[in-house]
Ligand binder design. Structure first.
Ligand code: FAD
Length: 404
């Protein structure tokens, strides 16, 4: 096995690195998480810059308008973006990382031509309308109803926790088209245009003060049948494709972000003298080793997706391990930052030094960043399916244990 990068992979890395070095410093500061219109403009402008430079949809096949990069190039791409502190996908998360990939696999040629290019160009943002007040973990019990009326479905119901719906143009929406008790057999996957009459969005505030998600009320909303991805009542199968992308590959970049955070924490501990404590060194070492293992798993998921078109069921192992590990890294960060962790902002003289470089060149995270990461880490084991649900999937579908 040759573990070295090939000449063309090294050339890809060099080209990307020099482009990032040129453009990242020209970006202004990211708008606050209270200004979602500003965030949308920031994230979609960055997406457009990636598109113009030929780096949009790096993992999308060429037929889908993407770059069709090899698995190694996809990983190099993520490494270089993290190294350059380039923006993450932000509000483009759903469109780029699971709605678009679902349309690539399940959509018709007309649907691919309609929906994919605007995602890649940063012109259309997507959100995800799966969860309902009575259907989270038990998604198959969803009740939002769609009745066929000629060339349209008329949709009525309620969704909840719909991230970025406030700034979205489309929603990957799950509706019930079968009988009330049809469960998995009566669900349909629709691309809902968010500008239709009858849609009411009410933001919900998170513990971090942000309104990144909210409730979506749908009252007689008309959706063209042409926007149905897959067959009527076959939406559960399409949903499994969406979830395999969401759990298997969408969070791959976060391993690298976590590695960067851990490097910054090590640097912070060195500057405060806590590095002399064996317990701190032991914890940093363990967390680092777990991240290395997770990166190996991420590489496996990416190469599986490139080989078969869809990441496998192993995405549940990855999602479970990453979200729980993020929480333990964030806990260590809070312990290192000490009493300054009691406030959300950056404190003068606090241990976290926003943007400072440690002696070993790592970027020391600021106090605000640490507190935000810690608070946010709680939602990680809930979003995209809770840890308990991932454990059930692993037990039943990977290990073959009997249903609980
Ligand atoms: C930050 C964030 C963003 C989100 N964004 C979106 C979004 O954009 N779109 C969207 O559709 N949804 C979104 N969600 C919703 C998310 O998918 C649900 O919260 C999640 O699936 C859990 O559903 P629930 O909240 O209804 O909890 P419940 O399903 O009511 O679960 C409550 C508790 O019971 C446990 N439990 C339930 N069933 C079982 C079981 N069979 N075995 C063992 N334990 C079980 C759960 O693990 C959990 O601990 C988001 C959530 C968060 C936190």
């Amino acid at each position: 096995m040759d573990l070295r990068y090939s000449e063309s992979e090294e050339a890809f890395r060099a080209g990307l690195r020099s482009w990032l070095a040129e453009v990242v410093p020209t970006l202004g500061p990211k708008p606050s998480n209270l200004d979602w219109l500003g965030r949308r403009a920031y994230d979609t402008t960055w997406q457009r810059m990636l598109f113009d430079a030929g780096y949009a949809g790096i993992d999308w096949p060429v037929e889908g308008g993407g770059r069709g990069a090899s698995p190694v190039e996809q990983l190099v791409y993520l490494e270089e973006l993290e190294r350059a502190h380039a923006p993450y996908v932000g509000v483009n998360f759903v469109g780029l990382l699971h709605a678009g990939p679902t349309v690539i696999v399940e959509g018709t040629p007309e649907q691919r031509a309609r929906f994919l290019p605007p995602i890649l160009r940063g012109e259309e943002v997507w959100c995800q309308g799966f969860s309902e007040p009575g259907a989270g973990s038990d998604l198959a019990s969803l009740r939002t109803r769609a009745e066929r009326d000629g060339d349209e479905y008329v949709v009525t119901g309620q969704k909840i926790w719909t991230s970025h719906a406030e700034v979205a143009d489309f929603c990957e929406l799950l509706v019930r088209t079968g009988s009330e008790d049809s469960r998995h057999r009566g669900i349909t996957w629709l691309a809902l245009p968010m500008d239709r009459p009858g849609i009411d969005f009410r933001p919900l505030r998170t513990i971090a003060g942000s309104t990144e998600f909210g409730e979506l009320f749908l009252d007689g909303v008309r959706v063209p049948v042409a926007n149905r991805i897959g067959d009527e009542n076959d939406g559960w199968r399409v949903t499994m494709t969406t979830l395999s992308f969401e759990r298997g590959t969408a969070f791959v970049g976060e391993v690298l972000q976590s590695m960067e955070l851990l490097r910054g924490l090590r640097s912070m501990a060195r500057s405060t003298g806590e590095w002399h404590e064996a317990e701190v060194r032991r914890r940093v070492g363990h967390l680092g080793a777990e991240l290395d293992a997770l990166w190996a798993l991420a590489r496996r998921n990416v190469s599986q997706a490139a080989r078969t078109g869809v990441p496998g069921i192993g995405g549940s192992v990855y999602k479970l391990a990453l979200s729980e590990l993020r929480q333990r890294i964030a806990e260590l960060a809070m312990e290192l930052v000490g009493p300054a962790g009691l406030v959300f902002g950056d404190l003068p003289g606090a241990r976290g030094l926003a943007g400072a470089d440690g002696a070993d060149g790592a970027r020391i995270p600021g106090n605000a960043e640490i507190v935000h990461t810690w608070v946010h880490s709680f939602s990680r084991t809930i979003a995209a399916g809770t840890s308990q649900i991932q454990r059930n999937i692993i037990a039943e579908r990977i290990l073959g244990l009997p249903k609980g």
